[in-house]
Design a protein around this ligand. Structure first.
Ligand code: MN
Length: 246
């Protein structure tokens, strides 16, 4: 299955670059998919044209989703926004859902999906959520487990994909985010939180096509964590099913 991965915008002195950590394509490939990195700005017909080539859509991490998209002005803690990237990814997401294509959202990808479906975001956890624990450590490696998450409910896609040992309901994950879900969009179900209540994973209804979003960065831990590699394997398996049926 071919997995389209959205990319970062990286402004350099002479030009803005399309950028993406190698963790994403490496983890997609390790999970059984063929990664294809997408441009960050798309013309009006391009989302559908790209989706014609794809079997799954991976919405990657990056800068903040513009608060304008959920009816707020930015707090002073919002720095990088890109209306172009926001609108390209929202168009890709909505068109992918309309086709029944599997979607996996990571970090910003989770936030983008929530906003695209009508939810809103905490713009900055440290300044807006009293008592929140750390979610954005300074310079520690991507593969360093930082805080725990606890699975909620039973039989979620997340639980099935992680394949934790029987009875285990928590797993330590990395964490590189200063935003979080505020109001969850209709049609989504929270399936994991950190101990301070921050939403760390949500998914779509189980009878609907694969939609799983996580606030942590499993792509940075797949070399050392079989459960987190399982997220990419479950996504690739759903994409393979979609490819067979389309
Ligand atoms: Mn976190």
């Amino acid at each position: 299955p071919i997995i389209g991965i959205t990319a970062f915008q990286d402004p350099k002195p002479r030009a803005r670059y399309i950028a993406l950590s190698e963790h994403y394509p490496r983890s997609v490939a390790a999970g059984g998919g063929l990664p294809l990195v997408l441009p960050t700005e798309l013309g009006p017909d391009e989302p559908e044209a790209y989706l014609d080539l794809l079997d799954g859509l991976l919405l990657s991490g990056g800068g903040d989703v513009s608060p304008l998209l959920y009816g707020e002005d930015p707090s002073s803690r919002i720095d990088t926004v890109s209306g172009a990237r926001d609108s390209a990814e929202i168009a890709l997401f909505k068109a992918a859902r309309a086709r029944g294509m599997p979607v996996f959202g990571i970090c910003r990808g989770l936030q983008l999906v929530n906003v695209a479906m009508g939810g809103s975001l905490v713009q900055d956890i440290p300044s807006e959520v009293p008592g929140a624990s750390g979610h954005s450590p300074g310079s520690i490696p991507m593969d360093e487990p930082y805080h725990r998450i606890t699975l909620l409910g039973r039989g979620s896609r997340l639980e099935a994909a992680l394949r934790l040992p029987a009875g285990e309901r928590t797993i330590a994950v990395n964490s590189f985010h200063h935003q979080a879900v505020k109001v969850l969009a209709p049609g989504l179900e929270v399936v994991a939180r950190s101990a301070d209540g921050v939403v760390e994973a949500f998914e779509g209804r189980r009878e609907e096509p694969f939609l799983l979003c996580v606030q942590f960065h499993p792509e940075g831990m797949t070399l050392r964590s079989a459960p987190l590699l399982g997220l990419f394997a479950a996504f690739a398996a759903a994409a393979a099913e979609y490819r067979k049926a389309r």
